[in-house]
Design a protein around this ligand. Structure first.
Ligand code: NDP
Length: 452
């Protein structure tokens, strides 16, 4: 077991950087010690980071129903990230090999062009109220718009503290949607409450406001309200990130930079034209975004739903990120909705999340959104760089081989050793791993499987 939390927070001011060369080669205990020093974590935070005290059963039991335990995922650190000139060490909780390595590697390339620039919108979310049996849709719309101020005042009366913070319900809009196929021909009438949720993701407070205004909506329209809930398509709460990489900095695999850049641009064109490809392209983006979201206690189902709905906004499912060559630079851009919180949900409740936030050192949801957008773009860069040139299997299989080695029974230093043998054999499969293990002497096998 790695020694966690034993390194005191020293008084030496360590220059803040996410460029931790050789970090991946360190034993886990030394990695933790380095992060503890750099991020000035307390021993308690360090042990939460290491997973020991990340989440007690007692707290888990308060978080969900029928709790019987906690479930762990590997936590890695995405390094080299630089967003708007600031360095970030990015906690990522993910079970898939190569995700953390990909972000770290791509962020290093992006640094060559000054890192990522990013921006994020205000925390404007949408609460939906579905109205039926309202009579004439134009008349009902006009009536609702005429009562805008009363509706906003009523919505805000359910959350005066949000108003004091500068947030709360800011506006309304009314949408009339064609009736879907079925026996009922009534068009859909939907009232949107536009709500600034400040530092919260906002689902609960939006739902409270949407439910709260429903009686007034019925009174105004003479109709009947059914659903009252937030929309996860939060297209007013977008985050955007860009990176500009000198084409020459992309040279790799014995290929010149312009050839790699061309492969990346072709990958982008493919995803823009074909939803089958765009789905996989965006899966790669979300590999990074979700891993950060999980580590930071964000509702990643909400983020996923929002991202994919946004990707389909013009009627065709499209990539969240694109790549172009502009002059001597490869330019990547990403835009996606990110409804995040630094308060609410499990964020202040989950000790592991608190420790991870301490590592990331992003203090506002806006900053969090900018980092997550940059992580999504970095993840995508790593994927399309390999896909557009030598393919991903070579790199991926080297990392996957470690999982295969563990599945076959290898433990300790033998995981790496067996993984290397599998890659060398060009056959990364559990049966091959077992075959290699069975060819060992009794003594070696005991050492390799930790049964000695
Ligand atoms: P919470 O209700 O847990 O917390 C938000 C509250 O935090 C605010 O209402 C506010 O309460 C308080 N707060 C303190 N400081 C601030 C600040 N600076 N800015 C804003 N609020 C502050 O969480 P959310 O409303 O954010 O809802 C998120 C949760 O809802 C997530 O756990 C999500 O999984 C879940 N959810 C998601 C749904 C979806 O996505 N479809 C549906 C339903 C639930 P006060 O003003 O009283 O201090």
């Amino acid at each position: 077991m790695a020694e966690r939390g034993v390194v005191p927070v020293d008084q030496v001011i360590t220059p803040w950087t996410s460029r931790l060369s050789g970090f991946h080669k360190l034993p886990v205990a030394e990695r933790i010690a380095q992060v503890v020093r750099l991020c000035r974590l307390t021993p308690e935070e360090a042990s939460r980071l290491g997973g020991e005290d990340a989440l007690s059963l007692e707290i888990a039991n308060q978080m969900i129903e029928n709790a019987v335990g906690t479930f762990q995922l590997p936590l890695g650190l995405g390094l080299n990230m630089q967003v708007n000139g600031r360095d970030y060490i990015v906690p990522m909780a993910v079970e898939e090999p190569s995700v953390v390595a990909a972000v770290t590697f791509a962020a290093k390339i992006a640094r060559e062009g000054g890192g990522f620039t990013a921006e994020a919108d205000d925390a404007l979310m949408i609460g939906q109220v579905q109205v039926t049996k309202y009579g004439d849709p134009t008349e009902a719309t006009q009536k609702l718009l005429a009562h805008r101020d009363e509706l906003l005042a009523l919505a805000n009366s359910f959350h005066p503290t949000m108003v004091k913070r500068g947030g709360g319900a800011k506006d309304i809009e009314v949408r009339v949607l064609p009736a879907p196929e079925g026996p009922q021909s009534e068009p859909l009438l939907v009232l949107h409450l536009i709500i600034d949720t400040q530092e919260a993701m906002g689902a609960n407070l939006i739902n409270t406001m949407a439910e709260g205004v429903a009686p007034m909506v019925e009174q105004i329209t003479g109709g009947r309200v059914y659903l009252r809930i937030l929309s996860n398509l939060c297209d007013r709460r977008l985050a955007r990130a860009t990176c500009r990489i000198p084409v020459t900095a992309l040279a790799d695999f014995d290929l010149p930079g312009d050839q790699i850049a061309e492969g990346i641009v072709q990958a982008s064109r493919f995803a823009s034209a074909d939803p089958y490809r765009a789905a996989t392209h965006n899966k790669g983006v979300m590999n990074g975004v979700d891993a950060v979201a999980i580590a930071l206690g964000q509702d990643w189902r909400a983020i996923e739903a929002g991202a994919h709905a946004f990707a389909s906004r013009d009627g065709q499912y499209r990539p969240l990120s694109t790549w172009k060559i502009e002059g001597e630079e490869l330019v990547g851009r990403i835009e996606l909705p990110l409804a995040l919180g630094t308060v609410g949900g499990p964020i202040k409740v989950h000790p592991g999340v608190q420790a991870n936030l301490q590592v990331l050192k992003a203090t506002t949801t806006r900053e969090l959104a900018m980092v997550m957008a940059a992580v999504g773009l970095a993840q995508n860069l790593a994927a399309v760089r390999a896909l557009g040139s030598i393919g991903i299997q070579k790199g991926h299989m080297a990392l996957h081989a470690r999982c295969v080695a563990v599945t076959a029974g290898a433990r300790g230093p033998w995981v790496e050793k067996l993984a290397n043998l599998l890659v060398k054999a060009g056959h990364v499969k559990v049966d091959k791993a077992r075959e290699i293990l069975s060819s060992l002497s009794q003594e070696e096998l005991a050492a390799a499987t930790g049964t000695g």
